[in-house]
Design a protein around this ligand. Structure first.
Ligand code: AMP
Length: 112
């Protein structure tokens, strides 16, 4: 398939990632350009361009996967910021749905 996003190539195994968690439907991996001490991306393996077009049934399972990823990272109790950029004017660069989990020190740069 032409014009696959970077994240679809990661799902396909064409591009490596630094994996945090994975199951049949979702993948969590470290952001290549971290904006916080902990900066992890969570994606569905199925392609959705962004949050606006995601199947809401997928979001239920994705929410549980994000909870589990936060536990693996050890930030479920201390706290984290969860961000998705939806569309070009929101700054979305990779056109495959992803949530940023940002935690630890140096969170100011990502503060709203
Ligand atoms: P966004 O601006 O919300 O689309 O965020 C895209 C994110 O993907 C940015 O934080 C990038 O640093 C990150 N990114 C791009 N390519 C890779 C990659 N190959 N592995 C991990 N993270 C990546």
């Amino acid at each position: 398939m032409a014009n696959l996003s970077i994240f679809e190539k990661i799902v396909n195994g064409e591009i490596p990632c630094n994996k945090v968690a994975e199951n049949d439907e979702f993948l969590a991996f470290y952001d290549i350009n971290p904006r916080a001490k902990i900066h992890v991306l969570v994606i569905p393996k199925k392609h959705f361009e962004n949050f606006q077009v995601v199947d809401s049934n997928i979001m239920k399972a994705m929410t549980e996967f994000i909870h589990d990823t936060a536990k693996i990272l050890g930030v479920d109790k201390s706290g984290y910021r969860l961000v998705t950029n939806c569309g070009k004017s929101a700054g979305q660069e990779v056109m495959h749905l992803h949530f940023h989990i940002l935690a630890g020190e140096n969170l100011d740069c990502a503060k709203l």
